[in-house]
Design a protein around this ligand. Structure first.
Ligand SMILES: Cc1cc2nc3c(=O)[nH]c(=O)nc-3n(C[C@H](O)[C@H](O)[C@H](O)COP(=O)(O)OP(=O)(O)OC[C@H]3O[C@@H](n4cnc5c(N)ncnc54)[C@H](O)[C@@H]3O)c2cc1C
Length: 502
């Protein structure tokens, strides 16, 4: 099935190659690397969804504001151009949100995220971005007895808060009527979810920002932010070290590196949207662990999808913690991702996140298990990327104390919809719009619990994650995982982190 396939690595995801193939040469030349010193009102570091939605919102809130976006690779070169394209709300997170913010706060946050799903669709329509936006809902399914009952707490919470229709339990028969996998059992349907071609969305945002006069420097890496530098040692020392506190009114200075040499941007405020790369920066590193996720893409099989009854465009995810997520494409392919990849050390995002054949094979094995009848189907492409995980599995949107530096990351594998809200929040913070309703949401400024310093962070993430993968594999085979595996899997919960199986 896999044949001689290798993960695409730095060669870009299939999504991004498709998106780039349809771009005009003029657009490619519009974002040269930075050299020399420039000024801006807001400098945005990172050209993924967080940075791009922030820049877009800034142009809406304050036309004429001078925005500079710095992107080390190309916009959408990271997870924003590599993800599964699930645009999903947070109804499944409702129990955690209620625990954190009470019923009213939880409902306000879940409604705000839910609204971003439609926002992606209306934004694409308004700006002529054909990112295959399909709002057909998403199914969370149990694919093994050990996964039964997963999500029930969220269904109950939705019912208790008067939003029962948002997350609805389905019988095995109802699930299989939508997608006929022999291993699917009961499930839960989130009607308000959509899918997109993720890279077309990212590159569409870039195009619209250029049309609005935003300056974008691709191939430009921020190497110093207000005196702070990333690095493995920086992450180790993050426990007690912070860059010097800023004086009120002092601008932020970002030093950069590109093929043209060094540069700098001096701005009134900075927004940092670096996802997993933030784990290498002292100010953020202790609150993130990084993990790889890999996607495999089949050849077009529209007839086989019809046989499975999977023609409605729904996204599907199983009940693993190291989730399999799968969706179809307009030309009848299946893209399946799996979170069974590996941990990163000290925020270094190396080839393990993009070139790991072992993780590709794990994802392909997931596809074969969920759809044994597709064993003969060719997998045409595979790629991976890093996931930025916080201790409570929810993103953080906050500002560094005493400095006009605002940041958003930690989407924990669910950033397509939340990054739209993140952009709203970060733009309001950068412009000091205290009256913006987005800033009243109780998640703003909530900083998750820190992880242990390196090398414990890496070792813990690696051992626990592998234990979870092996536990879930054993459960799928109908075996009882060893007591050691089960205890290791539950270690994060025992230590008070909101991660891993209960
Ligand atoms: C394989 C995979 C599948 C996923 N599937 C889904 C899904 O289906 N649905 C969902 O909601 N989420 C999914 N996610 C998560 C989602 O893709 C992310 O949460 C989201 O893209 C984060 O956007 P971002 O802008 O914060 O980060 P990114 O897209 O990672 O952007 C950060 C950018 O910063 C750049 N950068 C790094 N360091 C520097 C520097 N020093 N200077 C300048 N630029 C720098 C990087 O090159 C990168 O482009 C998936 C992620 C992966 C990896």
């Amino acid at each position: 099935m896999l044949g001689a396939l290798r993960p695409s690595g730095a060669r870009r995801s299939w999504w991004l190659r498709e998106a780039l193939a349809s771009e005009s040469g003029d657009l490619a030349a519009a974002t040269p690397p930075l050299s020399g010193s420039i000024t801006a009102d807001v400098v945005v570091i990172g050209g993924g969804y967080t940075g791009l939605w922030t820049a877009w919102r800034l142009t809406e809130l304050a036309p004429g504001v001078r925005i500079v976006v710095l992107e080390a690779d190309i916009c959408g070169g990271g997870p924003s151009g590599r993800n599964g394209g699930f645009v999903t709300g947070w109804w499944d997170e409702l129990p955690t949100l209620v625990e954190r913010h009470g019923s009213d706060g939880a409902l306000a946050i879940a409604r705000a995220i839910d609204g971003t799903v439609d926002k992606v669709g209306t934004w694409c329509d308004a700006h002529g971005v054909d990112a295959w936006y399909t709002k057909a809902g998403s199914l969370s399914v149990s694919a093994a007895p050990a996964q039964d009952g997963l999500g029930e707490a969220a269904v109950d919470a939705c019912r208790a808060l008067g939003v029962a229709d948002e997350f609805v339990a389905m019988s095995p028969k109802e699930v299989r009527a939508r997608v006929a996998s022999p291993v699917f059992r009961g499930g839960i349907f989130m009607r308000g979810a959509a899918t997109v071609q993720p890279a077309i969305l990212a590159r569409g945002l870039r195009r619209v920002l250029l049309e609005r006069g935003v300056t974008i420097h691709e191939g430009t890496t921020a190497v110093e932010l207000d005196g702070e530098r990333p690095g493995l040692l920086g992450a180790v020392g993050a426990a007690g070290r912070r860059a010097p506190a800023g004086r009120a009114g002092r601008p932020v200075r970002v030093r950069t590196s590109s093929a043209l040499g060094g540069g700098e941007v001096i701005a009134r405020s900075a927004v940092v949207g670096l996802s997993a790369w933030a784990a290498a920066w002292p100010s953020f590193g202790r609150r993130l662990v990084t993990w790889s996720s890999y996607i495999v893409l089949t050849e077009p099989i529209p007839d086989r999808l019809e046989e499975l009854g999977w023609t409605g465009g729904e996204g599907v995810a199983d009940g693993r913690f190291t989730l399999h997520y799968l969706r179809t494409t307009p030309d009848g392919r299946i893209a399946l991702g799996g979170g069974g990849g590996r941990a990163g050390f000290g925020g270094k995002i190396g080839p393990g996140f993009t070139d790991d054949l072992f993780s590709v094979e794990r994802a392909a094995a997931g596809l074969r298990r969920l759809f044994p009848s597709l064993r003969d189907v060719r997998i045409e492409d595979a790629w991976g990327g890093p996931i930025d995980i916080t201790s409570d599995h929810l993103p953080v949107f906050a500002s560094l104390p005493g400095r006009p530096i605002h940041y958003g990351h930690g989407y924990s594998g669910n950033g397509v919809a939340p990054s739209v809200l993140g952009g709203r929040i970060l733009a309001a913070l950068a412009l000091e719009r205290a009256d913006d309703p987005a800033l009243a949401l109780p998640l703003v400024g909530v900083v998750p619990r820190a992880f242990p310093p390196e090398p414990l962070r890496y070792l813990g993430a690696r051992v626990v994650r592998e234990a979870i993968v092996r536990t879930e594999l054993a459960e799928e085979r109908g075996e009882r995982p060893s007591s050691l595996l089960r205890q290791l899997s539950r270690l994060p919960r025992r230590l008070g982190y909101h991660l891993g199986p209960e």
